[in-house]
Design a protein. Structure first.
Length: 146
């Protein structure tokens, strides 16, 4: 079972690596302060620090608030890129929000190149990667910092 899990993670890293190789401007660290679109939830959570690190080898790490990414997957879309990841914790330890999945929608112009240093992104806190009636939506300007 451990070998199967390891090979599936390596397979995902290879898929991530292929996307990153053809879109090398993504490689590096992207950072920003996210806000929930629901005003009441924003008051309760405050801003959420978001950091995403795309590595040349296809691994992706990062965090949102108090939670770390695990098993991150990158895919290309018509608006840019979609990052799906599980979370190891609540986004705020002091506030129990029952969402253990994150989707970040990186929005870029059609012709993306190495000069791009920011993305007006949306993020969704979800309980699954399919349809979640109670997902929580936020926005963040991600800046490439390294």
């Amino acid at each position: 079972m451990v070998a199967l899990l390891a090979s599936s993670c390596n397979g995902q890293d290879m898929k991530n690596s292929k996307i990153l190789k053809s879109n090398s401007f993504l490689i590096g660290t992207w950072s920003g302060e996210g806000s929930m679109l629901n005003n009441q939830l924003h008051k309760e959570l405050g801003t959420l620090g978001i950091e995403v690190k795309f590595n040349k080898d296809g691994t992706i790490s990062g965090s949102i608030g108090d939670a770390q990414f695990k098993n991150a997957k990158l895919s290309q879309s018509n608006y840019g890129f979609e990052l799906k990841t599980e979370l190891n914790n609540w986004v705020k330890e002091s506030y129990r929000l029952d969402k253990d999945r994150l989707v970040v929608l990186f929005v870029f112009p059609e012709k993306s190149d190495s000069t791009l240093k920011q993305s007006d992104a949306n993020f969704h806190l979800k309980s699954n990667f399919f349809f979640d009636f109670t997902m929580k939506v936020g926005g963040v300007k991600l800046i490439k910092v390294a």
